[in-house]
Design a protein around this ligand. Structure first.
Ligand SMILES: *Cc1c(COP(=O)(O)O)cnc(C)c1O
Length: 397
């Protein structure tokens, strides 16, 4: 099915399998990997027409590759976007967005609870080029309002947040951005389009680290930016000139990942909710952070805005770092890693790994305590995940 004759009434599960199919003369059922850096032309005249843009078609794989384009079409269909531009990593997706859309003198307002490297990109590197970023707590609407000036061009956020699973109203944030002539960019990594479509809720751009749930099995690094034709033409222009391009092999892995995305996100969500409820009742656990629990402050918003609650949760064990590390080190099947979005459950101590670079004050402010553990609940049987955690939790008094 080509992009043009895509039936807009198809359901997401179908789009994930049927959009961007690459049928070649060989009849390959799985999309082929176009492992080629460049393309040949029938004639000098055709080459000239391709380069001038008069004739559409492939030129050079930094910016045109059929496997990469198939992934872009499929993800665009799932995000409900006019167009998607694939990138070499999630960070390259964020970099390409800001480089394409901002210039010296512009300002960004960004949630304080974003991926750590996003923080560094804005604070250290963008600042050098005269783009100033203000960081505000994700759910403090008045602070977002106060941080916006006449120079603000972009609001940037992740919802749910990492690792405390706070949720913000995307529609309200989009209205706030638009009332000041700014754009809203949502990093949709945690929910994926299977659970949340930021563009339908009013955001201008939804971007991804495809490395996480889109792949879903921890094999490849990649990213993507989704939005309307005009914005994506700018992002594509930067990608074409600067070259943070996705490899065809990685694009192929993500294409396969998208085919099972909806099923996997349902299973991640089901397992995570069960784990959250179990931990919530556990005598060794002080507090659980997961939007699926009725006591979560944005539980109702998450129910409205998301199709399900996703695979990530965190909890405070009774005690401090010693007890948290004891729980982590007592596991036998869970993977101790900073990564998430894998079919295998991952367990992380944010204070000393993913958020280790934050100052003590910043950790305190964002709730990254020494007794906090993050889980990205995978697809193992939930009883086995519980038993693996119980080994360490049983030692906590
Ligand atoms: C991992 C991650 C990124 C960065 O993506 P890479 O593919 O590692 O470059 C950005 N945002 C979120 C929410 C992430 O989890």
């Amino acid at each position: 099915m080509a992009q043009d004759d895509q039936d807009q009434t198809l359901h997401p599960e179908t789009l994930a399998l049927r959009t961007g199919q690459l049928r070649t003369g060989e009849g390959a059922h799985s999309e082929p990997i176009f492992a080629t850096s460049s393309y040949v032309f029938d004639s000098a005249a055709q080459a000239a027409a391709r380069f001038s843009g008069e004739e559409p078609g492939n030129i050079y794989s930094r910016f045109t590759n059929p496997t990469v384009q198939a992934f872009e079409q499929r993800l665009a269909a799932l995000e409900g976007a006019e167009r998607c531009v694939a990138t070499a990593s999630g960070m390259a997706a964020i970099l390409s967005t800001v480089m394409a859309l901002l210039q010296a003198g512009d300002e960004v307002v960004c949630s304080r609870s974003v991926f750590g490297t996003t923080n560094v990109l804005f604070e250290k590197y963008l600042q050098r080029f005269g783009v100033h970023t203000r960081f505000v707590p994700l759910t403090a609407m008045e602070q977002w309002q106060q941080a916006i000036t006449s120079k603000t061009r972009l609001l940037f956020l992740e919802t749910p947040s990492n690792p405390l699973c706070e949720v913000v109203d995307i529609t309200a944030m989009a209205e706030l951005a638009h009332s000041h002539g700014a754009l809203l960019v949502v990093d949709n990594c945690f929910c994926t389009p299977a659970l949340q479509q930021p563009l339908a809720l009013g955001a201008d751009i939804a971007l991804h680290s495809a490395t996480k749930f889109l792949d879903g099995q921890g094999r490849c690094i990649g990213g993507a930016v989704c939005g309307d034709h005009a914005l994506m033409e700018e992002v594509f222009g930067f990608l074409r000139s600067a070259g943070p391009s996705l490899s065809p092999f990685n694009a192929w892995v993500f294409l396969k990942g998208l085919e099972t995305l909806s099923l996997r996100m349902q299973a991640h969500s089901r397992n995570a909710l069960e784990l959250a409820r179990w931990l919530d009742q556990h005598p060794a656990v002080e507090q659980v952070f997961h939007a699926g629990l009725p006591e979560h402050p944005q539980h109702d918003l998450a129910r409205r805005q998301q199709r399900d609650f996703g695979g990530v949760l965190s909890f405070r064990v009774k005690g401090g770092r010693t007890q948290a590390w004891q729980v982590i080190d007592s596991t036998r099947i869970l993977s101790i890693t900073g990564n998430l979005g894998d079919a295998k459950t991952t367990i992380t101590h944010p204070a000393t790994t993913t958020h280790g670079r934050l100052s003590d004050a910043a950790k305190l402010e964002s709730g990254i305590s020494e007794n906090l553990i993050r889980l990205c609940v995978g697809l193992e049987h939930s009883d086995d995940i519980k038993a693996d955690l119980q080994r360490g939790l049983a030692k906590v008094n």
